[in-house]
Structure formats: C-alpha cells, structure tokens
Design a protein around this ligand. Structure first.
Ligand code: NAP
Length: 495
C-alpha cells in the first residue's frame, strides 16, 4: 500500500499579491528568506491596482508617499499617479526583487486550517493543497465588491458593472448611464465618462466632503532630480509624510477639521454656480467622518448639462430604468455601481480556521479584533497585513503595512531563534490592546461625526481604522514584544 502523498510544504505562505503580499515577499528576500510562496487567486499581480481599471482611477495619496520605502521610484509621472502606473510599479518591484519563482497565480485560498498535531497550516487552494509553518494574509479590505441589494437589479436588461470589475469592452459613448454612489471610486468615474455619455444620472445617498486635489505633472527635470540628486526624492517623501501625518490631528480633534471644511465649501462654491445643485452637494455631517475625497474635476462635471444629481433614493430597478422613491422613472442603458466593498464582512474570514477548528468569523462574532491589527488569539502563526483597525483616513496605508511587516519578521526571528513551533497573542494582551484602541477611537471624528460609513461594522464599532498617527502605530507594532505572545514549543513528533 502506498502512503498518501504529502502536500508540498513551505515555510511561509502569503495570500495576495497586492502591495501587502509583494512588500512582505520583498522584505523576506531582503532578510535572506527564500522558502515562501505567494498565493494569488487572479492571473496576475497587483491587488486593487489590478482590479480597479475604471476610467480615471488614480491614487488620492501622492505617489512618492504611496510606494514602498524600500523600493523608491524616481519616475512617477504625476503627484497622484494613475492606476496603470501604480500597477506597473508593482510589476517592476516583483521583477527587481526576483519574486517570480515565488508567485502562484490562479491559487485562490479555499480554506486554511491550523493543524494542532502537525503544528502547521493546512492550505486548500483552488489549484491544490499545501502546508505552511506561517500564514500571512495580505488580502486588503477593499478586494470584495459590495453589490447593493436593490429590488429588481437582477432583472435589469442593460449593462451593470461595479467600479472594481470594469468592462472596458462596453462602450459608454452615447448611452444613458446611472452611477450609484459618491465615494472615492465614483467621483473618479463621473468626470472621466461625463464627456462621452449622452446622459449621466448620479444617484447620491450622501454627499461627500471634497477637497481640491491639486494634481500636477512631474516633468523630466523633476524625475532627473529624483533619480540623480542624492536626497531629493527622500526630501519630497519626507515633506509629504510630515504634511499628511500632521493632518491626523484633525481626525483626532474634529475642531481642526473646520478649516478644511471651509476650504471644501469654497471649492464647491467655485465649481458649482447653481445654488440648488450646491445645496444637494453640501454634506450634513462633520468632515472626516467618511473618507475625505480629493478631486478637481468632480464638481465641474456635475455642473454640466448632461448630468443630473438625484437624491430621492432608489425604490427599484426595472428592465430598462431606475425608479426613485419620489416615483420618477429614469430610463438608463447602463448602471455603474460605485458602491464600495465588503470591508467588515470579508468572505475569507469564514475560511480561516484556528485552534479547535474555530473560524475567524466565529472568533470575531461580527466585529474584527486583532492584537496590533496583526495577530489573533487562537490562531497560531497567523499574521494579517492590513488587519482590523489598520486603515487610515489621512495618509498612505503602505506605512502601516511596512510596520506590520517588521512585526512579522520579528516574530519569525523569535520563533526560529528559540526553536518554537509558533506564537499567538495572549488573549489578555489582545483584549487590552483592543480596549485601549476603542477608548482612543471614542473622541475622534469617526465616533462623533454623525455619519454611517464603511469604517463601522454590523455592531456599529469602528473596526477598520487606526485612531492615530502612523508614527504611533509604528512605535507600537514594528517591534515584536515577546511578552505579548504565547510561545508554543515544538512537539518532537510534529512536522
Ligand atoms: P465607498 O467609499 O464605500 O462608497 C460607496 C458609495 O456608494 C457611497 O456613496 C454610498 O453611499 C453608496 N452606496 C452604497 N450602497 C448604496 C445603495 N444601496 N444605494 C445608494 N448608494 C449606495 O466605496 P468606494 O468609492 O469604492 O471607495 C472605497 C474605498 O476605496 C475608499 O474609501 C478608499 O479607501 C478606496 N479608494 C481609494 C481611491 C484612491 O484614490 N486612493 C480610489 C477609490 C477608492 P453612503 O455614503 O450613503 O453610504
């Protein structure tokens, strides 16, 4: 009789090949660690920067800050680079650091279960089974599109597409197009398609606070300076870091945001002459409570003749129209869903099983909680990049991920240095951390601003944002503190 074949074993399994997964892979290689694989469900890398190809897609954090500190790029073409350039940057990083042999495309994680006896993770992917000592998820919070439960949507006979699942083959020119949503994605789509469509109906549930973006091109001279003049690029990154970082005080003490609110209202006044339209576009909640948006062309596009902003709410979708709560029937050929993502109920949490077979979803019971936003009691050797409460309202999340990567490396050194099987946070350490975090959140604009946003979960708790500066997160997280962790010894009979 032949023994059943063991699945391939790898020291570290990373899930996701966006900024988090690739950054982690680069840092592992820089530390001389080669025994790892990056599992990616799609056929290419890039995460959200692969998936979001809608017209006008660009980052609203300056590129010299929204990039790895350990992989600078002197060649950004604009202050806020467009999506294709960001995806090309990630591909270039993968090439530059020799990641190709580690990437496994078409490998969706179906289930990950901690095997207590073997002291390793058992991974079922769509392309086969593996085992791993350590599991690092880098799936981001903005990877699963949220499709609204609109009555009749399935019966619509025209084109429906979510902003993150854009169909470039569908021609919008000359069509009557509905855009649902006024978040960061929709406000980039609207001005990009407005000139070509026959009619654009924007279904707005909540108006957004919009600041000027002030984008500018970085010409050949600037790029030459960033490439050849020592310190020039770092100086710019440092300046961007300081300016963005300082803005966190507004979120922590909303009084400071009043100045920015005034700037946003001035921006609205200058862009939209019609007082009735301005009234519709004026937010009624404190700025910062939802993500602050940045755009120079969104308001001007809404003021064009072929655009109408509808605020009555959607009652139902019919075969060729959307009916609003006021009874009006709006004939449309296409519906674009700028309706965001399943951030606090990501499907993957039902498929990661820790000790005793408990899933992350069961451990969290509707509200994500993790020690330092990275590790979870009951889930040995599981590390999450951009886990609970690591999102930001003011600057680049890559700064957060980089702190977490250092934490993972610290854990790895600790586990290997002591010959351990695994680490997991003490329940008390995790509970203390979450309690401190919730207390800190209480005085911020996210708790007091009077809005509902994707930052909150089904229990009403803000389980997505970090209520502080990236510096304070780094101080807390980049160092691996062994006393926060249960050291699980290796069993002689395990693996
Ligand atoms: P979002 O911020 O969650 O916005 C979703 C929009 O859809 C909101 O205006 C929401 O209205 C509306 N909506 C949702 N369900 C609806 C329904 N049933 N009926 C009517 N309206 C509905 O999503 P997003 O714009 O895709 O942005 C998500 C996040 O992605 C951003 O916050 C940002 O972090 C990131 N992003 C970043 C960039 C960038 O430049 N870096 C670009 C795009 C996205 P309510 O406000 O009333 O809920």
């Amino acid at each position: 009789m032949t023994r059943p074949q063991q699945p391939p074993h790898v020291r570290i399994a990373i899930v996701g090949s966006g900024f988090g997964g690739l950054g982690m892979a680069i840092r592992l290689k820089q530390e001389g660690i080669e025994d790892f694989l990056v599992f990616e469900r799609a056929g290419s890398l890039g995460g959200v920067w692969r998936d979001n190809t809608y017209p006008g897609c660009a980052c609203d954090v300056p590129s010299h800050l929204y990039s790895f500190s350990f992989a600078p790029n002197p060649d950004w073409s604009r202050a806020y680079s467009p999506q294709p350039e960001i995806q090309a940057y990630l591909r270039a990083c993968a090439d530059r650091f020799g990641l190709a042999p580690h990437l496994r495309f078409g490998h969706a994680l179906v289930e990950a279960a901690w095997d207590e006896r073997a002291q390793r993770w058992r991974l079922q992917t769509s392309a086969g089974r593996y085992t791993a000592d350590m599991l690092i998820t880098a799936v981001g919070g903005l990877s699963e599109p949220a499709v609204p439960d609109l009555p009749g949507l399935a019966s619509f006979q025209g084109k429906v597409m979510h902003s993150a699942r854009w169909d470039a083959d569908y021609a919008l020119a000359g069509k009557r197009v509905a855009v649902i949503g006024t978040g960061a994605s929709a406000i980039q789509v609207v001005p990009s398609i407005q000139p070509q469509v026959q009619r654009l109906l924007l279904f707005q549930r909540t108006p957004a606070w919009v600041l000027p973006r002030k984008d500018y091109a970085l010409g050949p001279l600037a790029r030459w300076l960033f490439r050849w003049v020592p310190g020039a690029r770092s100086l710019l990154r440092g300046a961007l870091y300081v300016v963005r970082e300082a803005s966190v005080f507004g979120f922590l003490n909303p009084w400071f945001l009043r100045l920015a609110q005034r700037q946003a209202l001035r921006h609205l006044r200058r862009s939209v002459a019609d007082p009735a339209l301005r009234e519709k576009l004026t937010p009624r909640y404190v700025m910062g409570c939802k993500r602050i948006l940045r755009s120079d062309d969104y308001f001007p596009a809404l003021a064009r003749e072929n655009v109408e902003v509808l605020t009555s709410g959607i009652r139902e979708v019919r075969e060729h129209a959307i009916v609003t709560q006021d009874g009006h029937v709006h004939p449309v050929d296409a519906i674009i869903l700028g309706t965001g993502f399943r951030v606090t109920d990501m499907p993957i949490v039902h498929h990661i099983r820790g000790r005793g077979g408990r899933t992350l979803a069961q451990a969290w019971a509707g509200s994500m909680k993790a020690h330092l936003g990275t590790t979870v009691n009951g889930f040995p050797n599981l590390f999450m990049l951009l886990g609970p409460n690591t999102g930001l309202g003011h600057t680049s999340v890559i700064l957060m991920m980089e702190s977490q990567m250092e934490h993972v490396l610290g854990a790895l050194r600790y586990v290997e240095g002591r010959g351990l099987a695994a680490v997991e946070p003490w329940a008390e350490a995790q509970a203390r951390y979450v309690q401190q975090l919730d207390a800190r959140m209480a005085g911020t604009v996210w708790a007091t601003g009077g809005c509902v946003s994707w930052y909150q979960d089904a229990t009403g708790r803000n389980s997505t944002l970090w209520p502080g500066s990236t510096l304070s997160f780094r101080r807390r997280v980049a160092y691996f503190e062994p006393s926060d962790y249960v050291a699980i010894p290796r069993r002689p009979e395990a693996g």
